[in-house]
Design a protein around this ligand. Structure first.
Ligand SMILES: Nc1nc2c(c(=O)[nH]1)N[C@@H](CN(C=O)c1ccc(C(=O)N[C@@H](CCC(=O)O)C(=O)O)cc1)CN2
Length: 283
């Protein structure tokens, strides 16, 4: 079975559009991009287009590649204090000269629709998430939409990044999976991966996952955004080689990527709703 993230994202965006209309709210997202990385520019454009589609206002802050950490922190502080902004997203990766940790930590937790701020990651790991990072939360939505069983299953997450691997492990654990996180120092990684009922690959190595690493019938989730030898977009999984062994698999493109953006829209609406509840939020 192909897990069609594009189709799921379309469905979720349509539902969200209706909910936003019914709410009478006009949520607003601010994006911050530093530098001119073409891929980051494309993702930010996609986010603004999605905002327009569902009825979320958006503003884009563009800073030059040589912006200092202080300059980026100033922009974030201004957005934190702007009562018209519900969600703030700092597009990653930031240029090498900018301290990513300081910038992420500076985002107000109740506007952190990316879910990377330590308060939000802490809540996620304590089992009481507010905003979960968009890519792993989008994967949970795909699993839910396709009724993939999680409780009691063995899940293996390959990659331990703050934006995908670690929060993915927390979300699967919160859903009662038995979770293993593998990384570059894991011994006998293939044996770990072959144990997985749900295998999530987020390592950024083109076609790294072959059929010999996949248990027959496993659900395989590919978070990779890589280029193959011909420069064509491909995932971490060798899709053609693995698809007949897997029980279910996400393609690249059209799998996890579109869900990242749909989830960002959902998080932004949630931020706007939380603000209107009592103007204090859970923080
Ligand atoms: N602040 C953030 N930065 C980054 C995040 C994030 O969640 N927050 N994730 C990635 C990039 N990303 C969104 O920012 C993203 C990546 C891919 C896609 C997507 O829909 N991809 C399409 C293919 C598009 C193409 O043609 O290249 C797909 O997979 O079908 C959306 C968003 C890193 N930075």
């Amino acid at each position: 079975m192909i897990l069609d993230g594009k189709a799921v994202s379309e469905k979720r965006l349509e539902i969200l559009k209706e909910r936003i209309e019914e709410s009478g709210l006009y949520p607003r997202l601010a994006t911050v991009i530093v530098g001119e990385d073409p891929a980051s520019q494309m993702y930010v454009r996609m986010k603004h287009r999605a905002c327009e589609r569902v009825g979320i206002g958006s503003v884009g802050i563009e800073l030059p590649a040589d912006a200092t950490t202080e300059r980026v922190l100033e922009a974030v502080a201004r957005l934190n204090n702007d009562p018209d902004i519900n969600g703030i997203l700092v597009q990653l990766p930031l240029p090498a000269g900018v301290d990513t940790t300081r910038v992420i930590e500076a985002v107000a937790p109740d506007k952190d629709v990316d879910g990377f701020q330590p308060c939000n990651l802490g809540r996620l790991f304590s089992g009481t998430p507010v905003f979960a990072p968009c890519t792993p939360q989008g994967i949970m939505t795909i699993l839910e939409e396709y009724d993939v069983p999680i409780r009691g299953k063995r899940a293996v997450v390959v990659g331990r990044s703050i934006d995908v691997g670690r929060p993915m492990a927390a979300l699967l654990l919160n859903a009662d999976a038995t979770v293993t996180v593998c990384h570059s120092k894991t011994e006998n990684i293939e044996a770990e991966m072959r144990n997985a009922d749900i295998l999530v690959s987020a390592i950024g190595k083109a076609k790294f996952v072959g059929p010999e690493m996949v248990k027959e019938g496993a659900t395989v989730i590919d978070v990779g955004i890589n280029q193959d030898e011909q420069g064509k977009l491909c995932g971490d999984v060798d899709f053609e080689a693995v698809k007949d062994r897997a029980g279910a698999i996400t393609p690249v493109p059209g799998g996890v990527g579109p869900m990242t953006i749909a989830t960002l829209m959902e998080n932004t609406f949630m931020a706007a709703k939380m603000r209107t509840c009592d103007n204090t939020t859970v923080w």
